[in-house]
Ligand binder design. Structure first.
Ligand code: SIN
Ligand code: FE2
Length: 235
């Protein structure tokens, strides 16, 4: 993930201005189980819903070892999304830049191992989206509280862009911002609901994407949070 750099001080929510002004969604909410986002990008509606309780329990175990924290961008801005990781390497950002690190800087120890439930889901969703044989080695766990957001970015710290991204939504709904290959491309707004999985790869691998500021809410399994699991092949 590459968070856009800023030259001067900005308030924490200043890049909200980069989002389209309306909260209206571009997707019909009654659609089928697949929403096509691109030639090689698809939203698998509800793909992870049945196993969501197990995934959420596993997030709790991961956070017990490597706690959620608000990382700082190279430009010095604290991210509104709280993050942790599991797997062989974790995505981190600090004043020195973005990287995958086998050691959690907050604990000085390796990240928690990737649970089987995670790796299996990532492989199944990737295969369902046309990317058979996906073996994830890094899972970024994002926690959104109301107001937390992720500005438009590309996931580009991974070694091999032939490998897809698999992104799982849990808990409170969010509005996904799905752009194009250039930051200035038109952005589509798509609802991401509990249990949804988005997979993108091939020519869509470097698509700009982000998450609109989370709305207040209460979810039976995650309370006042939304969680996102982003599976990558990082190394
Ligand atoms: C990300 O791009 O890392 C997260 C996307 C999401 O939270 O849905
Ligand atoms: Fe991303």
């Amino acid at each position: 993930m590459a968070i856009p750099e800023r030259s001067g001080p900005i308030p924490a929510d200043a890049n909200a201005t980069r989002d389209p002004p309306s909260l209206a969604l571009d997707e019909a909410q009654d659609g089928g189980s697949r929403v096509v986002l691109g030639a090689r990008a698809v939203l698998l509606r509800g793909f992870a819903r049945e196993r969501a309780p197990a995934l959420i329990a596993a997030i709790g175990a991961i956070a017990g070892v490597s706690p959620f924290r608000h990382m700082v961008t190279p430009g010095g801005w604290e991210m509104s999304v709280a993050m942790t990781n599991c797997g062989a390497a974790g995505w981190v950002t600090d004043r020195t830049g973005y990287r995958y690190d086998p050691i959690d800087p907050a604990t000085g120890r390796p990240w928690p191992a990737m649970p089987e439930t995670f790796a299996g889901l990532a492989a199944e969703a990737a295969a369902e989206a046309g990317f058979p044989g996906f073996r994830t080695d890094a899972c970024l766990v994002n926690r959104y509280a109301p107001g937390a957001r992720l500005s438009l970015h590309q996931d580009r710290n991974e070694r091999d862009f032939e490998q897809p991204i698999v992104s799982v939504s849990l808990g409170l709904p969010a509005i996904f911002l799905w752009g194009g290959r250039a930051r200035s491309d038109k952005v589509r707004r798509v609802a991401l609901l509990h249990g949804d999985v988005v997979v993108w790869g091939g020519p869509d691998r470097l698509t700009f994407h982000g998450v609109h500021a989370l709305a207040e809410g209460e979810h039976p399994l995650t309370g006042t949070f939304r969680f996102n699991l982003t599976f990558r092949r990082a190394l």
